[in-house]
Design a protein around this ligand. Structure first.
Ligand SMILES: *[C@@H]1O[C@H](CO)[C@@H](O)[C@H](O)[C@H]1NC(C)=O
Ligand SMILES: *[C@@H]1O[C@H](CO)[C@@H](O)[C@H](O)[C@H]1NC(C)=O
Ligand SMILES: *[C@@H]1O[C@H](CO)[C@@H](O)[C@H](O)[C@H]1NC(C)=O
Ligand SMILES: *[C@@H]1O[C@H](CO)[C@@H](O)[C@H](O)[C@H]1NC(C)=O
Ligand SMILES: *[C@@H]1O[C@H](CO)[C@@H](O)[C@H](O)[C@H]1NC(C)=O
Ligand SMILES: *[C@@H]1O[C@H](CO)[C@@H](O)[C@H](O)[C@H]1NC(C)=O
Ligand SMILES: *[C@@H]1O[C@H](CO)[C@@H](O)[C@H](O)[C@H]1NC(C)=O
Length: 637
C-alpha cells in the first residue's frame, strides 16, 4: 500500500476541524464527497478543500483532474448554476447550498434557487445481492424541486458533461454520437484513437462514456462548445436539439453533452428528473493464465445486456427500485456500524463507495466466445497509489466491507490471486503482492520482482481464505488451493517469529527488521492454517500448525515486550518504540484467540495515554495515523 500523499492519511479528521462551511453537513463534511463512484474509472468526487458547495468547484476524478459536470436551473425564468463553476457569456446567479449529506450509497445536496429548493441526489448503487447490477459501471444524478414559499413556480433543469471523462489527456481528439429518439436520450463520447487496456494519468484510454436521461415531455438535448450550449439554456430555458459534429480535442472549444428538462409549474417536491453517467470498456481487463498467455475479461453485466442501449435503459428504468434498495442498505449499515459509535458509522458509510468503487466484477469467455458466468473474478485497483491490480495488503484492510456486503465478493477477489499462483508461474515461496503493476493489466509477476511483502501478504492470504470459509461455510476454495496455503504457511513458519528486514503494508514508513505487528500477522496466519487443516479434515497437520502458532505466541511475548512491560515495541528490543498492533484484528476476526487477554489490556491502556489531537499515531516513526488501522480494530465483533 503506497501512500504518495501522506496528508491524506489524516485529512479526514483534520478536514472536519479546519473547515468553516455555511451549510449543514450530515454526518460531517469529509475531505471529498463521492458523486459518481462505481469503478476505478467512473470515479467523480467533490473535493472539499476548505469546504466546497456543489457549485463552488468542478467535480474531479480521484486524481484531482476535472471531470466537467455542470448544472443550471431556471426558476420563473431566472437562471442559477447549481453544479460546477462554468463561465458562460450570459448572466446567471448562484444557487445557495443549504445542506450536504452522505450515506453509504448517496450524496445529497439541497440548494436554494430563489423561491425553490433543489435536491440533487447522487446515487452510486452498492448491489451486494445482485452481482450483475453491481457490475454495471453507471451512477445516477436525480434532481427534484420544491417551492419554499407555498407558491407555484416554473422550473427548468439543465445538465451536461464534458469529454474530460474519457481521457487523462485533454489534448486528445474525441468523437461522439447522440441517440435523440426513443424513450431515452443518450450522448456517447470516446477517444478517436483509443488504446485498449491503456491509461493516462490513471484515466482509461478506451471505451465510451454515456450521459443519458429519459426522453420525457419537454426534454431537449444539444452537443457543442460549452459556452454555446450553456448560454442556449440560460437564455432560452431549453436546448436547440442540435448536434455538433466537428470532432476535436477535449479542450478545443470544450464540447459538452447536454440535456434539459421542463418540470412545468411546481409547488411541492417533484418527481426527480434522472440522469445517468457511465463508462463501458470492452474488454475490461486482461489476465494472465496457465502457460503464460492472457485472457480478455468483460464486466459481468455484459452477459445479460448485449448493447449499451439495453443496459442504460435497464439502469435508468430501475432508478426508483435502486433508490429503495440503497436506502435499505444505508439503514442496515447505519444500524450495524452505529452499534460501535456514530463517528464510526459515519466513517464506514463514507468508505463504502470508495471500497466498492475500486473494483470491477469480470467474467471470461468460453472457447466458443460465449460468456462464462461461472468464472467470476473481482479485480481491485490500488487507487491513490501506484495502480497495482489486486494488491493483497490493499484487499486486506477493505476485507471487512466485502465480507459484510457479500462474502462471495471476497472469494472472487482472492480467486484471481490463487489461480495465478496455482499456475506455478510465480517463482517465490511467499504470496505475491499483486496481480499486475498497472491496472487493468493483471499480467502477474513471473520474474518474482513484485514489491516484496512476504510475511504481510502470506499471512493476509491465509487469514482471508479462512475468513471467507468461516463466514460462508464454503470450503471449496480452501480445497482447491490447499497446496498454496500450505506453502505460504511453511514460509510463515520460517519467517514470521523473527521477521527479516522487510516492509509491511505501511511501506511508506520504511523497512524494519523484527516488526512486532508483522510477526502477529504471520503467527495469526499459521493459526488460521491450523483451522483450515481442521476444516479440510487433516487433524494431524492442524494440531502441528496449532502447536507451532501457540509456541510462537509464547516466544513472541518475550521478544515483543518493552523492558517495562507497559507496551509492545514497534520492533523487538527497542523499548522506546511502539505502534498500533492492528494485526491482532485477525486473531479476533477468526476467533482463534491465540494472543492472551493481557496483550489487549496492556495495549488499550497504552493507547489511551498516547493519543494525539487526531488520534493514536500509527507508530513512533511519524505522527500520522491511518483509518484502516482503526477500522480493522473496531470491526472486531
Ligand atoms: C469514433 O472513434 C472510434 C474509434 O476510432 C470509431 O470506432 C468510431 O467509429 C468513431 N465514431 C464516429 C461517430 O466517428
Ligand atoms: C468456465 O469457467 C470455469 C472456471 O474457470 C471453468 O472451470 C469452466 O471450464 C469454464 N467453462 C467453459 C465452458 O469454458
Ligand atoms: C523453510 O525453511 C526450510 C529450511 O531452511 C526450507 O527448506 C524451506 O524451503 C522453507 N520453506 C519455505 C516455504 O520458505
Ligand atoms: C531480531 O530479534 C531476534 C530476537 O530478539 C534477535 O536475535 C535478532 O538479532 C534481531 N535481528 C535484528 C536485525 O535486529
Ligand atoms: C509440522 O510442520 C512443520 C512445518 O511444515 C514441519 O517441518 C514438521 O515436520 C511438522 N511436524 C509434524 C509432527 O508433522
Ligand atoms: C525471554 O528471553 C530471555 C532471553 O532469551 C530469557 O532469559 C527469558 O527467560 C525469557 N522470558 C520468558 C518469559 O520466556
Ligand atoms: C527505536 O525506535 C525509535 C522510535 O521509533 C527510533 O527513533 C530509534 O531510532 C530506534 N532505535 C534503534 C536502535 O533502532
Amino acid at each position: 500500500m503506497r501512500l504518495f500523499n501522506v496528508a491524506s492519511v489524516f485529512s479526514l479528521t483534520l478536514a472536519a476541524v479546519v473547515q468553516a462551511i455555511s451549510w449543514t453537513a450530515t454526518p460531517f463534511n469529509p475531505s471529498s464527497i463521492p458523486l459518481a463512484v462505481r469503478t476505478p474509472y467512473l470515479s467523480a468526487w467533490l473535493a472539499q478543500g476548505e469546504g466546497a458547495a456543489l457549485n463552488d468547484a468542478w467535480a474531479t476524478f480521484w486524481t484531482g483532474m476535472i471531470v466537467g459536470w455542470a448544472g443550471f436551473v431556471k426558476v420563473d425564468g431566472v437562471p442559477y448554476v447549481f453544479m460546477g463553476t462554468p463561465s458562460v457569456p450570459a448572466a446567471f446567479s448562484k444557487a445557495t447550498q443549504k445542506s450536504s449529506q452522505f450515506t453509504s450509497t448517496k450524496s445529497i445536496f439541497v440548494l436554494s434557487a430563489g423561491p425553490v429548493d433543489l435536491t440533487v441526489t447522487f446515487l452510486s448503487p452498492v448491489e451486494p445481492n445482485d452481482l450483475v447490477k453491481q457490475s454495471i459501471p453507471f451512477a445516477y444524478m436525480a434532481v427534484s424541486a420544491a417551492a419554499t414559499d407555498g407558491g407555484s413556480h416554473s422550473v427548468l433543469v439543465y445538465s451536461d458533461i464534458s469529454a474530460e471523462w474519457v481521457s487523462g489527456d485533454n489534448t486528445l481528439t474525441v468523437n461522439w454520437t447522440s441517440t435523440t429518439t426513443g424513450s431515452i436520450l443518450t450522448h456517447q463520447v470516446q477517444l478517436e484513437n483509443p488504446t485498449v487496456f491503456g491509461e493516462i494519468n490513471d484515466h482509461t484510454q478506451y471505451g465510451s462514456t454515456f450521459y443519458s436521461t429519459p426522453n420525457a415531455v419537454g426534454a431537449t438535448f444539444q452537443t457543442g462548445a460549452d459556452v454555446t450550449v450553456r448560454a442556449q439554456f440560460i437564455n432560452n430555458g431549453k436546448l436547440a436539439n442540435t448536434l455538433d459534429t466537428a470532432f476535436r480535442a477535449i479542450e478545443d472549444n470544450w464540447p459538452v453533452f447536454a440535456f434539459a428538462h421542463d418540470l412545468g409549474t411546481i409547488t411541492t417536491a417533484t418527481t426527480p428528473v434522472v440522469f445517468s453517467v457511465g463508462m463501458i470498456r470492452d474488454p475490461a481487463l486482461e489476465y494472465i493464465v496457465a502457460g503464460g498467455g492472457t485472457q480478455s475479461r468483460n464486466l459481468l453485466f455484459m452477459s445479460e445486456f448485449t448493447t449499451s442501449a439495453a443496459v442504460i435503459s435497464s439502469f435508468l428504468g430501475d432508478y426508483s427500485a435502486a433508490l429503495a434498495r440503497a436506502t435499505a442498505f444505508d439503514a442496515q449499515v447505519q444500524r450495524d456500524a452505529g452499534k460501535i459509535s456514530a463517528d464510526y458509522a459515519a466513517v464506514v458509510a463514507l468508505s463504502i463507495r470508495q471500497a466498492l468503487g475500486a473494483t470491477e466484477l469480470t467474467i471470461s469467455k468460453t472457447a466458443t466466445g460465449a460468456f462464462n458466468t461461472t468464472d467470476i473474478i473481482l479485480f481491485l485497483k490500488e487507487i491513490s497509489s501506484d495502480g497495482n491490480v489486486n494488491t493483497v495488503d490493499v484487499i486486506f484492510p477493505a476485507w471487512s466491507i466485502f465480507l459484510y456486503a457479500n462474502p462471495a465478493l471476497g472469494k472472487y477477489l482472492l480467486e484471481g490471486l490463487f489461480r495465478y499462483q496455482a499456475t506455478g508461474l510465480y517463482p517465490n515461496a511467499w504470496s505475491v503482492h499483486d496481480l499486475g503493476a498497472s491496472y487493468p493489466k493483471a499480467l502477474g509477476h513471473n520474474d518474482g520482482l513484485d514489491e516484496a511483502m512476504p510475511v504481510e501478504e502470506s499471512g493476509n492470504m491465509v487469514i482471508m481464505a479462512l475468513s471467507y470459509a468461516q463466514k460462508s461455510g464454503d470450503i471449496s476454495q480452501l480445497q482447491r488451493y490447499s497446496g498454496l496455503l500450505n506453502q505460504w504457511t511453511g514460509f510463515l513458519i520460517n519467517d514470521s517469529l523473527i521477521p527479516a528486514n522487510q516492509i509491511s503494508t505501511d511501506d511508506f514508513a520504511g523497512a524494519l527488521a523484527n516488526q512486532t505487528n508483522l510477526a502477529i500477522k504471520g503467527i495469526v496466519g499459521i493459526g488460521a492454517m491450523a483451522e483450515i487443516e481442521s476444516l479440510l479434515g487433516n487433524a494431524a497437520q492442524s494440531a502441528n500448525y496449532s502447536s507451532i502458532a501457540k509456541s510462537y505466541v509464547t516466544q513472541w511475548r518475550n521478544f515483543s515486550a518493552s523492558t517495562t512491560g507497559a507496551h509492545l515495541t514497534l520492533s523487538y528490543g527497542n523499548s522506546s518504540s511502539w505502534g498500533l498492533s492492528y494485526n491482532l484484528f485477525g486473531d479476533k476476526l477468526l476467533k482463534l484467540n491465540l494472543f492472551p487477554a493481557s496483550v489487549y489490556a496492556e495495549q488499550t491502556a497504552w493507547y489511551q495515554t498516547h493519543a494525539n489531537a487526531f488520534g493514536v499515531p500509527l507508530d513512533t516513526r511519524h505522527t500520522y495515523t491511518k483509518t484502516g488501522a482503526y477500522l480493522g480494530q473496531t470491526t472486531v465483533r
